[in-house]
Structure formats: structure tokens, C-alpha cells
Design a binder for this molecule. Structure first.
Ligand SMILES: Nc1ncnc2c1ncn2[C@@H]1O[C@H](COP(=O)(O)OP(=O)(O)OP(=O)(O)O)[C@@H](O)[C@H]1O
Length: 528
């Protein structure tokens, strides 16, 4: 049997209906716009009439006569004064327009539907972690009430949680790092990856406060920072973690930013620094930044284990004693540095015993910067010579009193190659780039209270001075000015900080022959 075609209204009917509906909606919108004043006035008149009716109903019967009389008198006066009816009409319309305004939309007080949805799914996700089977009145239970556990919360413009206060049961093992880490990982996933969170655990009150952190600034390059002698800016951090700010220039703009300042010298409790990180995370740039700041008031000796010439810009500059890349040069320089530390120590002690002020020749701080000692250690082992690190023992142990500071940078996977004195005496610590929680724990002695970022820019990491708090850290960009990949602005910024060229560094070292020092005497003096 041949099929009969559908009537046109049925075959393309839905499109026609949709078009007609659109036209009707547009016409209705236009009419509403045009008639809006009329609608407002008539709504106002209705409200005025309603108010009048109410007033009349509320007026006691014995007072209705006088009221009616008064109204009639007013109407009479209005009718007889010039332009009275017109003025009365205008007044009535104005009053009706005022009364007929749209009421203010009620202010949103609680979270909206999507926010409630987010909070209840977060609550459900926390149930397995914050509940036990035999709890008679569980704070967390499937289908339970999230309002009891999330005391305060804020949402950002995109509807994501910005800050939240979470109550948890007292039996949750918040003293154990692993339990806390599990909750932090879960919250990181549920509240949205790609942002950094700060977790503040109040173990006494059974409260966890989660805050979203702003990214640290990456636009600050090396520059003469406003610091006192003995202070080194490692980088920049959050305003909440430090008391002080530093004025910096970032591009065209000047602003105040909170720095991580490391103090060295006699009164420092963290006189030496260890930098650890992944390859390419910015360790060399941080060492370069430290060297440029150290050169403002002191002398610098650089030992470069990787031998890539990353410090070539410093060779022959005033205050740079040597930049050594080879094993033989490293051993000679470090031996000299060990003797120099002893000489300074003996000289300082002699002056102290004689009641003289500190002699001038030991006042200028000496910095020993050692990049990738493990590479040199391997070479030394293959060559049957001593590990250059062993020569750091005297500067590490007595450096504080002698004005000698040691900075060691090593890759995370070669940290095992560091000898014990290096680990013991480098109490200022920096970790750059991606690092596993165990690696952070190993270097910093604790894990940061913040989650890592999804994308870690070069020079980003954490710093901890002694037993202080862990700070998020962004190192100021201090690239090699001789590298073709360095931008012109950064090249100029670093070049402006380089001291002028002087006699070759080696000559400067020869010009300061170490005082003949007996190691035992130095040790004895240091212990006194
Ligand atoms: N703080 C920073 N800001 C901007 N760029 C940086 C920063 N630190 C490092 N970089 C860039 O990252 C790259 C690697 O830096 P750097 O050589 O300092 O890292 P590294 O950890 O020493 O790496 P490697 O072990 O390969 O020498 C360079 O291109 C450098 O310019």
C-alpha cells in the first residue's frame, strides 16, 4: 500500500510552532517595555485604593463622618483653586508611580541550589573518613545534615568554594600526618584542582579551615632589594606568613610584596642553606640570586659541579674569588676556604681575648656556593681523591662565628650523596619544583600545609628556616645573562647587579694567603 504524505502542519509543524512562539515572546517583551509606565501606575493606583480601603475599614464608625467631611472639603478646595484638579491628578499619578514600583528582590541569604549541591556532595565524600560504625550519634552519616559540619563557607564568582570551616569528630586522628594528608587530598580534589589550598588544623577545637591561596607573583626579577647587610631575599611568599613587605619593581609597576628573608652571620640560627629540587626547577637561578645579593657586602667562591658554565657571568667580577668547574680547582678552593675559616676564627678569638674590636680583615663575609656537589663527589671517587664536600666541614661548623656562609644546591634524587655535616648544619632549607610528600618531609622536616599547584612555574617551591613555618616561595627570576633564551629585560636586570670586572678571581685569592692555622687550635677556640 502506498504511503500517504503527512500533512504539512505535521511534517514541519514543530519548526513553525517554535517560530510562532518566538515571535509571540518578542511581541510580548516589546509590549511590556512600552506599557511598563502604565502598568506601574495602575499597580500603584490599585495599591493606593487598597490602602484607602484599609484605612476606611480601620477607622471607627463614629469618626467616619468627620473623615468623609474632611475629604469632601479637600476635594472642594482642590476643585476651586486654579489648576487644582490638574495638580491633584499629577500628584495622584506620581504617588501611584512611586507606590507601584517593583518590590526589591529579596537578598540571597543562604547558598543557592548549586552551592547546596556542592556542599552536600562534599559532606558525602567526607563521611567515610569522619565516621566510625559504632558512633551512636555520628556527625557524619550518609544522608546526614551538612549544615552541622560546615560552619562557615564562602563561594567565589564561579560558584566554587573559596573558604570553608569544617567540624570533625574528636576521634578523628588529626595528629597523624597520614590521616591529615588523606583529608587534604580529598578536599583538593572535591573543591577543584588547579588552585592551591591552605589547611589550618585546629586540633583542640576539632576544626579544619580551608582557604584558597592566590598564586605567587612570577613577574619579579632580580633587583637591588632593600635589605640590611646579613639579609638575603630567597623569594616571595604569602602576606599571612611573614610580618614584613619589601618594595619591588615588577615590570612597570612598583609594589610591596612579602619576602622570605634569610639572615646569616653571627646571630643567625640558620647560618647555612640547602637548596634541593628537580632538574630545571630553578636551583641555579636561586644560587645566582644569592650570589648577586652576597656580592653587595661580601666575597663569593663558587664551585659548580655540573660544569655547565651557568656562573660564567660572575667570573672575574669584583668580590668573586673563584668560579670553579673542575675537581682539582674545587678541591684547591675548598681547602683554601677551610683554612680561611680557621684563620678568621683564630683572628677573631685573639682580638676578643686581647679586648680589641673585630679586625677589619675578617669583617667581610665569605660565601661558599656549591652547586651539585654529588657530581664532583662521583668524579673524586673515580679518581681516588677525597670528596670536596668533606672540606666543607670546617666552614659549616665554624662559619657562623667566622662570617663564612655555605650554600649547597643538590638535585632531589642525589640527596643521598650529601654527607652528614652538610645535612646537619644547613638548617635553612629550600625545595624547588615538584616534590613528593616524602621528599618534602625529608628536606623540610615537615610537609607544607598547602597543596601543590597544577602547574609549577620555574623558581616555585617552599622554604623553611630552622624549625619555623614552611613558606610558599617564588624565587625572583635571575637567569643567566649569557643565555640566548634570556629575555632582554631579564638580561639587563641581572647585568645591572653584576659588580664591575676586576683582576681575575684567582689573583684575589692569592693576595690573601691563609694564616698558618693549627686545626686543633681552631677547634678549641670555637668550642670556648
Ligand atoms: N625564578 C624564576 N623565574 C623565572 N624563570 C626561572 C626562574 N628560575 C629558573 N627559571 C628558568 O628556568 C630554567 C631552569 O632554571 P635553572 O637552570 O636555574 O634550573 P636548575 O634547577 O638549576 O636546572 P639544571 O639542574 O638543569 O641546571 C631557566 O630557563 C631559567 O631561566
Amino acid at each position: 500500500m502506498a504511503r500517504r504524505p503527512l500533512p504539512r502542519i505535521l511534517s514541519n509543524g514543530s519548526a513553525t510552532i517554535a517560530r510562532s512562539r518566538d515571535m509571540a515572546r518578542t511581541a510580548a517583551d516589546g509590549a511590556t517595555d512600552v506599557l511598563h509606565p502604565l502598568i506601574t501606575i495602575s499597580r500603584g493606583l490599585r495599591r493606593l485604593a487598597g490602602a484607602g480601603r484599609h484605612k476606611w475599614a480601620d477607622t471607627p464608625k463614629e469618626r467616619r463622618g468627620p473623615l468623609l467631611f474632611m475629604v469632601a472639603a479637600v476635594v472642594l478646595v482642590v476643585v476651586f483653586i486654579p489648576y487644582g484638579p490638574l495638580l491633584a491628578l499629577i500628584t495622584l499619578m506620581a504617588a501611584a508611580a512611586w507606590k507601584g514600583r517593583d518590590p526589591k528582590p529579596p537578598e540571597q541569604t543562604g547558598p543557592d541550589d548549586s552551592q547546596v549541591q556542592r556542599l552536600s556532595s562534599l559532606y558525602e565524600a567526607l563521611v567515610p573518613y569522619f565516621s566510625v560504625a559504632d558512633d551512636p550519634s555520628p556527625l557524619y552519616a550518609h544522608g546526614g545534615d551538612w549544615e552541622k559540619t560546615f560552619e562557615t563557607f564562602d563561594f567565589d564568582g564561579d560558584g566554587r568554594v573559596d573558604r570553608i570551616d569544617i567540624r570533625y569528630p574528636a576521634y578523628f586522628t588529626d595528629g597523624e600526618a597520614a590521616s591529615r594528608a588523606r583529608i587534604e587530598q580529598l578536599l583538593h580534589a572535591k573543591l577543584g584542582r588547579g588552585r592551591e589550598y591552605h589547611f589550618a588544623w585546629d586540633e583542640e577545637g576539632n576544626h579544619l579551615t580551608v582557604n584558597v591561596l592566590d598564586p605567587l607573583p612570577t613577574d619579579i626579577a632580580a633587583q637591588p632589594f632593600v635589605t640590611s647587610p646579613g639579609e638575603t631575599v630567597l623569594g616571595f611568599t604569602d602576606g599571612t606568613g611573614v610580618q614584613r613587605t619589601l618594595p619591588v619593581v615588577a615590570g612597570e609597576e612598583e609594589r610591596d610584596v612579602p619576602p622570605v628573608v634569610w639572615r646569616t652571620g653571627v646571630r643567625s640560627t640558620e647560618p647555612h642553606l640547602l637548596i634541593a629540587g628537580q632538574p630545571g626547577s630553578g636551583m641555579t637561578s636561586l644560587l645566582r640570586s644569592v650570589a648577586l645579593q652576597a656580592l653587595r657586602h661580601g666575597d663569593v667562591l663558587i664551585i659548580e659541579g655540573s660544569g655547565t658554565g651557568d656562573y660564567a657571568c660572575l667570573v672575574g667580577r669584583s668580590g668573586v674569588l673563584a668560579v670553579e668547574c673542575g675537581l682539582a680547582g674545587a678541591l684547591t678552593s675548598l681547602e683554601w676556604a677551610a683554612h680561611e675559616t680557621e684563620r678568621r676564627l683564630i683572628s677573631a678569638n685573639r682580638a676578643r681575648q686581647a679586648g680589641h674590636p673585630t679586625p677589619d680583615d675578617i669583617k667581610r663575609p665569605l660565601w661558599i656556593l656549591l652547586d651539585r656537589p654529588s657530581a664532583l663527589g662521583h668524579l673524586a671517587a673515580a679518581d681516588g681523591r677525597k670528596d670536596p664536600q668533606t672540606l666543607l666541614q670546617v666552614p659549616l661548623r665554624h662559619g657562623r662565628a667566622a662570617g663564612v656562609t655555605v650554600v649547597v644546591a643538590e638535585q632531589l634524587d642525589s640527596l643521598d650523596a650529601l654527607i652528614d655535616p652538610v645535612r646537619q648544619h644547613t638548617r635553612a632549607r629550600v625545595v624547588l619544583g615538584t616534590a613528593a610528600p616524602e621528599e618534602l618531609q625529608d628536606v623540610l622536616g615537615t610537609v607544607p600545609q598547602t597543596t601543590p599547584t597544577a602547574e609549577i612555574p620555574a623558581g616555585r617551591g617552599y622554604a623553611r628556616l630552622g624549625t619555623g613555618p614552611v613558606h610558599r616561595l617564588q624565587v625572583p627570576a635571575t637567569p643567566d645573562p649569557y643565555d640566548d633564551a634570556t629575555s632582554e629585560a631579564h638580561r639587563q636586570a641581572v647585568a645591572a647587579l653584576l659588580p664591575e670586572r676586576s683582576t681575575p678571581g684567582d689573583a684575589a685569592m692569592e693576595a690573601q694567603p691563609p694564616v698558618e692555622a693549627v686545626p686543633d687550635e681552631a677547634e678549641a677556640l670555637a668550642e670556648r
